[in-house]
Design a protein around this ligand. Structure first.
Ligand code: DC
Length: 206
């Protein structure tokens, strides 16, 4: 089974997806980490984003290993975040990473989070969830996580949101059949419970 969790930055996707994967014993795929790894390789130089995406050797689970190197913290910096949003608009990068993600998801049970899981990567996913929250709440959460100023995070978030939503290839939109969950007023355990409930109902239906 594939549980697809899409949505903008700061909507709570990573925490929710990890929590659901743990609760159900499913594997966890952080597709954003793959875009971040491509961006990191491009920043470090020597290889263009499309080539980096084609040759990417990454395990995007709880700790992110890039060709054996633990880059979990390095890929969360503001510099890599902005670069990831740029490389994610490159159709060649997307094609390579989507193929990689489909290969991973083709075996076993997964909770996969990103922007295009339910629309492009796994349109047949059994459960599709689109998480949202207000701009201010998303920025507040990210700022806490990054120990940065909420105003600065909000400004950077607006640039990335705009790019993610308006790019030509796989823009960030909810899939037609997705359950939209606004997490602004919800705590993490409630979000996890709601998604697990959707999975339970889907399992009973089939
Ligand atoms: O979820 P994240 O913030 O780690 O994602 C990093 C960037 O990659 C972000 O700008 C959106 C982009 N991304 C994407 O375009 N498609 C995905 N499936 C996952 C992330």
């Amino acid at each position: 089974m594939v549980v697809a969790i899409d949505g903008p930055a700061g909507a709570g996707k990573s925490s929710a997806a990890r929590g659901v994967a743990r609760a159900l014993g499913f594997s966890y795929l952080d597709s954003g980490a793959m875009y971040r790894c491509v961006a990191l390789l491009a920043i470090e130089g020597g290889v263009g984003p499309a080539r980096a995406a084609q040759a990417l050797e990454v395990s995007p689970g709880e700790r992110v290993l890039l060709a054996g190197r633990d880059v979990t913290d390095r890929i969360r910096t503001a510099e890599v975040s902005q670069a990831a949003s740029r490389v994610a608009a490159d159709p060649d990068v997307r094609a390579a990473l989507v193929e990689h993600q489909r290969r991973l998801l083709s075996q076993g049970d997964w909770v996969a989070e990103g922007r295009d899981i339910a629309t492009v990567v796994a349109p047949d996913a059994e459960v599709k969830v689109f998480l949202t929250a207000t701009d201010a709440e998303r920025a507040r959460r990210r700022a806490l996580e990054l120990r940065a100023s909420p105003e600065r995070v909000l400004a950077e978030q607006r640039v990335r949101d705009e790019r993610d939503r308006t790019r030509r290839d796989s823009p960030l939109v909810p899939a037609a059949a997705a359950t939209v969950l606004d997490t602004t007023e919800l705590d993490l355990d409630t979000v996890i419970a709601r998604v697990c409930d959707l999975v339970g109902r889907r399992s009973q239906a089939s």
